[in-house]
Design a protein around this ligand. Structure first.
Ligand code: F6P
Length: 350
């Protein structure tokens, strides 16, 4: 598909569908020789390991690999240059993303997407590997609908991508939050206080739920489950006090409530001194854990395998503990929900 870019005549690309390569004869598909890689959306520990894997596995398989800086923003602006083996030395263990990342409003406009696809042509890039979350994959799908072969690798601390059981960065961020909350428990215990901790997750409660289980939180509030403040927060704390508890941990996902407001209301209603802590972007940094390094590395290799096998427009996923891939249109249509049993079990532990 070839669409001319013209500022005054922007094509409507919303009805286009990315080509599904599931039942296509590979002999009839052009092989890729030069690929681009970018990181997009919120960064996640393990993104550097992902880039490194794409670069190393790509070059070792005879591909040329180009790095795109600042995500899709850099793509439409042409911030693109070759990356070699040595450029990714000493990156595996580093947090953040050395290619940097951005959220690009211009790219999201049809004209910006077309411009980015054009830029791929200008640099002779045959395919693009995108590390990011749901929004980044929607960007990749928009490019795929213009005929650009794409591969998505899930990288977000939120673990909220429907088609995969795991997203790179999730384990590291949970461990970071867990370590911080253990420290907060020490001081909450010394002062017989209630510590209200806000963790990341605007739309998803996976971090809050699992970190809550790992730190023995009395109360876990997540955006997926509406809560009654009197019954689900105050009652639980007061019951705990009646049973002899002297300090309390309340974990709230950012999408479920505001730690400062909750702490104020707990103190006002119970008289228990309460302190809010917002962990914020602390959870997005740091050296990736073994889980994130290995998943990023193996997903990066799998992305290259897809490209070599002319299996384009895929999202690399973890399914039943194995790394595999799914068509991007199908993958993006899958929604993730927290199983009821996980919430029930977390409550049974408080
Ligand atoms: O990357 C996901 C995430 O960390 C969410 O948990 C959070 O709501 C959001 O990004 C924060 O985004 P920003 O870095 O733009 O503040």
């Amino acid at each position: 598909m070839h669409i001319e870019y013209d500022d005054n005549n922007v094509p409507d690309i919303s009805s286009l569908v990315a080509k599904n390569y599931d039942n296509v004869n590979p002999d009839e598909v052009a092989p890729v020789k030069r690929i681009g890689v970018l990181t997009s959306g919120g960064d996640a520990p393990g993104m550097n390991a992902t880039i490194r894997a794409v670069v190393r596995a790509g070059i070792n398989s005879g591909l040329e690999v180009y790095g795109v800086t600042r995500g899709y923003h850099g793509l439409w602006k042409g911030e693109i240059s070759p990356i070699g083996m040595r450029d990714v030395s000493d990156t595996l263990q580093r947090g953040g993303t050395f290619l940097m990342t951005a959220r690009s409003k211009t790219f999201e406009e049809p004209a910006g997407t077309v411009k980015a696809a054009k830029m791929m042509e200008v640099y002779g890039l045959d395919a693009l590997v995108v590390s990011g979350g749901d929004g980044s994959f929607k960007g990749a799908r928009a490019l795929a609908r213009l005929g650009v072969p794409v591969i998505g690798i899930p990288g977000t601390i939120d673990n909220d991508i429907g088609c995969t059981e795991y997203t790179i960065g999730y384990d590291t961020s949970m461990n970071t939050a867990m370590e911080a909350i253990d420290k907060l428990r020490d001081t909450a215990s010394s002062h017989e206080r209630c510590s209200v901790i806000e963790v990341m997750g605007r739309r998803a409660g996976y971090i809050a739920l699992n970190v809550g289980i790992a730190t023995g939180a009395e109360v876990i509030l997540i955006p997926e489950v509406p809560f009654d403040f009197d019954k689900d927060v105050l009652r639980v704390i007061l019951d705990g006090r009646n049973k002899g508890k002297r300090h309390y941990i309340v974990i709230v996902a950012e999408g479920a409530g505001d730690a400062t407001d909750i702490a104020t209301r707990i103190e006002a209603a119970t008289g228990i001194e309460s302190r809010p802590t917002i962990l914020g972007h602390l959870q997005r940094g740091g050296s990736p854990t073994l889980r994130d390094r290995t998943t990023a590395s193996l997903m990066g290799v799998h992305a290259i395998d897809c490209l070599l096998n002319k299996k384009y427009n895929r999202i690399i996923v973890e399914k039943a503990g194995k790394i595999t891939d799914i068509d991007i249109e199908e993958g993006l249509a899958i929604k993730k929900t927290i199983p009821e049993i996980e919430i029930t079990n977390a409550n049974r532990l408080s």
